[in-house]
Write a protein that binds this ligand. Structure first.
Ligand code: FAD
Ligand code: A2P
Length: 293
């Protein structure tokens, strides 16, 4: 008898209930904006956990629920500044990438997972005081600088800021170009930026007004000549670097030739480096085991 009642209740529940509500993800945040820049690049904004505090330039783990029911997480630089009410991210679309093959389809109202434990070396605290600050980025390595360019501390601490961003093609520079253009109208930092920012975007595989690798433009002195700046000097210059492993390795060597030394949170020096991603397209190692924070 009891079994019959249970069966009836179960049947009623199934028939009468509407479609099950969308399950809430652990550490869920809601997507508020998505912009596609190219077929390989997009940016998006999400709600910010009330308790999340971070330093402009840091990264967090974000992702989606995987097919196995476990979160599929990847490291992402927060592209918005520490004072922003929302969080912004700038992302690659890897066609077969476990996360971004799905993440690229998110829409406003969807949920993503965000582990609220920010870390990273591209922070002001990791540099000794100086008068000129160089941001050196390739590809999505622009993301932490999208945060730092909108951070008042950047403009309070430095008399000049040089943003060098290099991509293969012109369209890949668009997110950065729009962001840099928006700075002068920013009510918080617009006046602080005036006369201090040098923007130096270059391409390497498509013709554009300025071309060449960051390493080559520093080594040849072209960037100093083009901008009317003195060469790098360890007394005055500080740098933050974010790109592929090969780029980071080569820029580090160039900066060291200018006499700058690599620092860290625990030991501030003249420059700091962060990976924009791991791998060269061949490696399929599950880096979330390495970068879980
Ligand atoms: P994965 O399996 O993670 O990657 C597959 C392959 O795609 C990699 O082997 C690599 O060759 C290539 N690849 C991965 N990411 C990139 C990239 N950003 N640019 C070019 N090629 C790439 N990615 C972002 O898009 N934006 C960020 O702000 C960002 N911040 C990061 C910060 C840190 C500290 C680290 C370590 C990585 C960061 N990444 C960022 C890379 C990110 O963690 C993922 O690798 C990326 O989202 C792709 O995930 P996936 O699962 O689709 O593919
Ligand atoms: P290049 O086109 O000459 O390889 P990628 O898409 O491969 O990550 O490259 C992004 C940008 O970074 C490209 O403009 C690329 O130039 C440049 N780049 C790649 N590797 C290096 C490196 N080791 N040193 C300097 N620039 C690099």
């Amino acid at each position: 008898m009891a079994g019959m009642i249970l069966m009836t209740e179960a049947t009623l529940m199934t028939e009468a209930s509407p479609a099950p509500a969308k399950p809430h993800l652990p550490d869920a945040q809601t997507v508020t904006q998505v912009t596609h820049w190219t077929d390989r690049l997009f940016s998006f904004r999400v709600t910010r956990p009330k308790s999340l505090r971070f330093r402009s330039g840091e990264f967090v783990m974000i992702g989606l629920m995987g097919d196995t029911g476990k979160p599929l997480l990847r490291a992402y630089s927060i592209a918005s500044p520490a004072w922003d009410e929302e969080l912004e991210f700038y992302s690659i679309k890897v066609p077969d990438g476990p996360l971004t093959s799905r993440l690229q389809h998110i829409q406003v109202g969807d949920e993503i997972i965000l582990r609220p434990k920010p870390v990273g070396t591209l922070v002001h605290d990791a540099l000794l005081p100086g008068s000129r600050l160089w941001f050196l980025a390739t590809g999505t390595g622009f993301a932490p600088f999208a945060s730092l360019l909108r951070e008042p501390e950047t403009w309070e601490k430095y008399g000049q800021v040089i943003m060098m961003h290099t991509c293969r093609e012109v369209a890949e520079l668009e997110y950065g170009r729009k962001l840099v253009e928006s700075l002068q109208d920013d009510p918080l930092i617009g006046e602080m930026v005036a006369g201090k920012l040098h923007y130096y975007p270059t391409t390497t595989r498509e013709a554009s007004p300025r071309m060449g690798r960051i390493t080559d433009n520093l080594t040849s002195g072209k960037v100093f000549a083009d901008l009317g700046l003195a060469p790098m000097d360890p007394e005055e210059d500080r740098a933050m670097v974010c790109g592929s492993l090969a780029f980071n390795h080569d820029v580090k060597a160039v900066l060291e030739k200018f006499g700058l030394h690599e620092g860290a949170n625990s030991e501030p020096m003249e420059f700091v480096v962060e990976k924009a991603f791991v791998g060269d397209g061949i490696c399929s190692c599950p880096r979330w085991t390495v970068f879980r924070v």
